[in-house]
Design a protein around this ligand. Sequence first.
Ligand code: NDP
Ligand code: OXD
Length: 310
Amino acid sequence: MAMLYMSQWSNGDLWRDLMTGHLPGLDFRIHPETGDPAEIDAVLVWRYPLDELRNFPNLKMIASLGAGVDHVVGERHLIPQGVTLTRIVDPAMTVQMTEWCVMAVLNHLRRWDDYRAMQRERRYEELAVPRPDQTTIGVLGLGELGSDCARVLAAVGYTVRAWSRSPRSQEGLTCLHGTEAMQDFLAPCDIVICLLPLTQETRGIFNARSLSWMKRGAYIVNAARGAHIVEADLIAAIDAGQIAGATVDVQSIEPMPDDHPFWYHPRITSFPHVAALTVPESCTAGIAANYRRMQAGQPLQNVVDLERGY
Ligand code: NDP
Ligand code: OXD
């Protein structure tokens, strides 16, 4: 049997070296060099056309090469019955995400852009900044990434709230859950950080209505998916002063087209989807372990619930 790499990344040879290091003798193929489709029992996928999945009669496992699975779940009709979708859960990604979110929070709160502008003007002055204990940060999504980010922000001394789909608790946080609680959740936040999966329920979750629930002058950080934000509504809310600004790692269209307003909006800082990159050297051990479990007929780890969408 064989494992097939179907990814828009061009580093298939690195993945082959690492996977065969964990699974000596593995037949690792890189699309479009598929060979006999009946020999494919696992595919590694990142943002790639999935129509061919139906041609693999012995497929058992699809491994998303990212933590997010919207790129596969959105094409759920192409996943043959009985095939298990897994995703990356890896401390090497979690730490990057926490680092990126902390950076976005600190740049905003400690007025990095203002001080840089003052440096250019040779102005040696003090600006007002809130103390950590005067700042409330809301983290949407209390999963693998959100819970670590919230933990670290709480350790710095911010008041941290978290919001999830089902009831959760975590030391040092105020936890709310469910759609009905969202308005209450957002209301006291000075900064909100989106670390939700993109699902039917969370698409467009930041829109004119929910942005109006926030404190005037609150700040948005989006490290999850561009489609969580109705971008025109965010820009309108920023231009109206309701929202102070935003730092986003993700956008509705990636890469952003030349005329995307995030390129030039003075209050939006935009990154090219780099907050937490997959680290092949770190995550391949987990994928290999799952492949062995699959071959042994054992339950897999980091399995995605296709109905729930994450
Ligand atoms: P998890 O699946 O571990 O956690 C998801 C969290 O979101 C859970 O707490 C879940 O609630 C909550 N949630 C899901 N749906 C809803 C809803 N409708 N209302 C309220 N809460 C909801 O995901 P991860 O933490 O691993 O990853 C989160 C996302 O981060 C990924 O899906 C991906 O899109 C993005 N990402 C971005 C990267 C980047 O570089 N920009 C890198 C990696 C990931 P519950 O606990 O009740 O299940
Ligand atoms: C991911 C991502 O989901 O990189 O892993 O966005």
